[in-house]
Design a protein around this ligand. Structure first.
Ligand code: ATP
Ligand code: MG
Ligand code: MG
Ligand code: MG
Length: 540
């Protein structure tokens, strides 16, 4: 493709509000453009990479016998009422009303639609198991859309759903998906960990998250330095701390110094130290509570909190997560108000307010701890959640009356699994792992073009002719070539080439008349002069 004909609006300046490398470089390299907060256009280069990720996903889904379909993004509210999620999902669900006054959700996920689709057809054990997936735009009105494609309000997701007549069959599909996900992320060149996770709002039990390792990642994962053990911190703490009663979250009363009666609403919390300086507090309630206030005591910095001081309901299953400053000295304060009852819980400096022995009862998980599986020591890393696999069980099929007849002719709810991959988020995660200060360095499997052929001065006939010859030759060899034939200054061309990040650059310059070009790898940046006769057959 000739670059003079392509729409690649690169930017010299660093956009002020782009806080992460991926956000910055995707904008600067002309891969994406923002349209509104958390809403982006994929430009030709960015969309090429998205499509390559999708090809990998499709191949691996097909390989495990999952079939692609396409469900609507516009989903009638009635379906969400059937599962109760119209109310439970909260403000993250985008809602709209049609001209007849009927309500719709813009799909944040697809359990309702797919369950309604199969319930009439998957009516016998003979038709099970069944595995279906789609790649479809999803909508979530995230409170804090940020980091470009990492947390969008409109984003591309691959979501798969499986249907079964036994726990064993679900287990088999779950692990097939798990391994397919490993292959997908490996083929994308990502460094990632599959971690045990908490199932959160979606319900169900077994679940793993796929976390791409990156400093910018919002999640913290605990993994063993010498085994496959990896869990997100919420789970690691649950596994590691016997106070939490093997998976039950820790009742707040056992840990907090002050707890004012909560009336009908019961609230539980557990907390643990993530690093020397950080405490994570998870709070869950038995009911939706309005007006959650989480604030600090002792004037310390709240590093991050989800849901605080927002007026958002405290989600019964999601809870609220607070990262507060130094566990040994200061801990955040959380207050919950639920009309008509009010409850205030204080997480206060244990050295002042909590009996010391009780504080020490809390066995925080920390780096260097033995692993839960008896092998190696715990390490922490930041991760970006690029995918998740869930065993849903019968939560949705029961709510939506999706049953099949077993061999005895008895009606039973379909047993389900669901499996998501953030396609657009995966693109960002790859950027986080494959860049330097000058731009992207795409892994071969995903590069928008494999060779960047740069004609330093296209007005020079030798340079232009040699470039054209090489363009044909590389194309014939099966390479995807971007040919910078633009009449631009060399400095602009080289800067753009760094931003675009094709793995190999072939530079046609002054020695074109002698059939000599320069060959450079984007990563190593070293250029070598080479006669075109000596160009290796496979240069990428
Ligand atoms: P997060 O914890 O980051 O909010 P999630 O657990 O809510 O993500 P899932 O419901 O598990 O997300 O959705 C499946 C996948 O979709 C996620 O693993 C993630 O890769 C992607 N995803 C979720 N929310 C977003 C978003 N706002 N922008 C981009 N991708 C997202
Ligand atoms: Mg989310
Ligand atoms: Mg998550
Ligand atoms: Mg998730």
């Amino acid at each position: 493709m000739k670059q003079s004909q392509m729409f690649i609006p690169t930017m010299k300046e660093t956009p002020a509000d782009a806080e992460s490398a991926s956000h910055r470089l995707l904008l600067r390299g002309g891969f994406i453009r923002q349209v509104a907060a958390g809403v982006y256009s994929y430009l030709p280069l960015g969309y090429k990479i998205i499509k390559k990720i999708e090809v990998i996903i499709r191949e691996e889904m097909d390989r495990i016998g999952s079939q692609e379909l396409l469900l609507p993004a516009m989903q009638p509210a009635e379906l969400w009422h059937e599962t109760g999620r119209w109310d439970v999902y909260g403000p993250e669900l985008m809602r709209l009303k049609d001209r007849h006054g009927r309500f719709f959700a813009l799909g944040a996920t697809g359990e309702e639609v797919i369950t309604s689709l199969v319930r009439d057809y998957l009516n016998s054990y003979k038709k099970l198991p069944m595995s279906l997936y789609q790649i479809q735009t999803k909508y979530r009105d995230e409170k804090r859309p940020r980091f470009g494609l990492l947390r969008g309000r409109e984003f591309i997701m691959k979501d798969a759903y499986t249907f079964h007549d036994s726990a064993e069959s679900l287990d088999q599909s779950y692990w097939e998906m798990y391994h397919a996900y490993c292959r997908i992320f490996e083929r994308c060149g990502l460094k990632f960990r599959a971690v045990l996770a908490d199932s959160g709002a979606i319900g169900g039990k077994d679940t793993h998250e796929f976390q791409a390792l990156a400093e910018i990642g919002e999640d913290i994962i605990a993994y063993s330095d010498s085994s496959d053990y990896a869990a997100n911190l919420e789970m690691a703490a649950v596994l590691d701390t016997d106070i939490t009663d093997k998976g039950e979250s820790l009742p707040l009363e056992k840990t907090a110094g002050k707890a004012i009666a909560s009336g009908a609403v019961s609230i539980s919390a557990y907390w643990f130290k993530t690093r020397e300086e950080t405490v994570v507090v998870f709070v869950k309630s038995s009911d939706e509570i309005n007006d959650v206030k989480v604030k600090n005591v002792l004037g310390t910095d709240l590093i991050e909190s989800i849901n605080p001081e927002s007026g958002n309901p405290l989600h019964p299953e999601k809870g609220v997560r607070v990262l507060a400053d130094n566990g040994l000295k200061h801990i955040a304060q959380a207050s919950f108000y639920s009309e008509p009852e009010a409850a205030t819980y204080n997480f206060i400096d244990p050295k002042r307010d909590l009996p010391v022995e009780r504080y020490e009862d809390l066995r925080f998980i920390k780096e260097g701890d033995p692993s839960p599986d008896g092998k190696g020591r715990i390490k922490f890393a930041h991760g970006i959640e690029i995918g998740q696999v869930f065993k849903l069980g019968t939560k949705y099929s029961e709510a939506m009356n999706a049953t099949y007849l077993d061999a005895e002719g008895k009606a039973r709810p379909l047993i389900m699994g669901c499996y998501g991959i953030g396609v657009s988020r995966t693109l960002s995660a790859i950027c986080e792992q494959y860049h330097d200060e000058d731009g992207m360095i795409w892994p071969k499997s995903l590069a928008p073009f494999t060779i960047h052929l740069i004609t330093v001065n296209p007005k020079n006939k030798d340079q232009y002719d040699l470039s054209e010859k090489l363009y044909m030759q590389f194309t014939d060899q099966g390479y995807d070539v971007l040919w910078d034939d633009r009449k631009e200054r060399p400095g602009v061309k080289f800067a753009d080439s760094e931003l675009i990040g094709c793995p190999v650059q072939v530079i046609v310059g002054k020695k074109a008349a002698d059939q000599i070009v320069e060959l450079a790898s984007r990563k190593e940046k070293e250029r070598i002069e080479i006669s075109i006769k000596e160009l290796p057959l496979s240069i990428v």
